[in-house]
Design a protein around this ligand. Structure first.
Ligand code: DC
Length: 231
């Protein structure tokens, strides 16, 4: 069967990775969570003292970029991939609110983007890939056969993220999570290099009032139609 490239972009906590994972499982495609790659660079920057509250040593990070190698490995019990920073599995460490609060400034740095985009393009060279992020349909794979742009209200998104964090045992307040969602939207959409915008040929899905299964079926049908060349 013909393999295509599926680009899933959109705002944070819209369930992009859930649907990208479901598609990859169903179609037997590679799944890549590019947000995890930016989070891994952020984790590295935090641990080397390049970023903290009111401090960002961009030069320090740029001088260390060559020391960062990002990879993926299959998660032990699941069909998903965990992110590796220099060979160490940091999947759980990158999902904290602290990493979420520093990741958007890190993702504004053009040199960081260039490094990660290059790696993402190599991963997708053979097609048969479902990749989610902010610039996949606009920058990484402008020729992707299927581009989806996901949206939902900020309150719904904050609620989903809050419940995830509470389930993990993190001590956070809803207000903090909501503020982080809104602040990340602001930085992601207004940065100069590759801001979050919907590609002209993307299909927008607002899932504020949609369950995950219905959403998956809608997007899967679009993928099947593209693979068969029907649309
Ligand atoms: O999808 P996520 O919430 O894990 O992404 C974390 C941050 O990384 C997001 O706020 C913006 C940035 N990002 C990006 O700039 N480009 C991408 N392709 C993916 C994520």
């Amino acid at each position: 069967m013909k393999k295509i490239t599926i680009a899933i972009d959109g705002y944070s906590s819209t369930g992009k990775s859930t649907v990208a994972k479901q598609l990859a499982d169903y179609l037997d495609y590679i799944y890549v969570d590019t947000g995890a790659m930016y989070r891994a660079v952020t984790y590295f920057a935090m641990h080397h003292g390049f970023i903290s509250e009111n401090h960002f040593d961009k030069e320090g990070l740029l001088n260390s970029l060559d020391q960062i190698t990002i990879g993926f490995e299959k998660a032990p019990q699941f069909e998903t991939a965990d992110v590796l920073l220099n060979g160490k599995n940091i999947e759980s460490e990158i999902r904290t609110l602290e990493v979420s609060s520093f990741v958007s400034p890190i993702a504004t740095v053009p040199e960081v983007r260039r490094k990660l985009v290059h790696q993402q393009q190599l991963l997708g060279q053979q097609k048969g890939i479902a990749m989610d992020g902010r610039d996949i349909g606009t920058v990484v794979f402008p020729n992707a056969e299927l581009k989806i742009f996901m949206n939902a209200s900020a309150a719904k998104r904050a609620n989903r993220r809050y419940e995830e964090l509470i389930e993990r045992g993190d001590k956070v307040t809803y207000q903090k999570v909501y503020d982080n969602v809104v602040e990340r939207d602001r930085i992601d959409t207004t940065r100069e290099d590759s801001p979050l915008v919907m590609a002209a040929d993307a299909i927008e899905i607002d899932n504020s009032d949609m369950n995950m299964e219905d959403q998956f079926q809608i997007i899967l049908q679009l993928a099947k139609d593209r693979i068969a060349g029907r649309i």
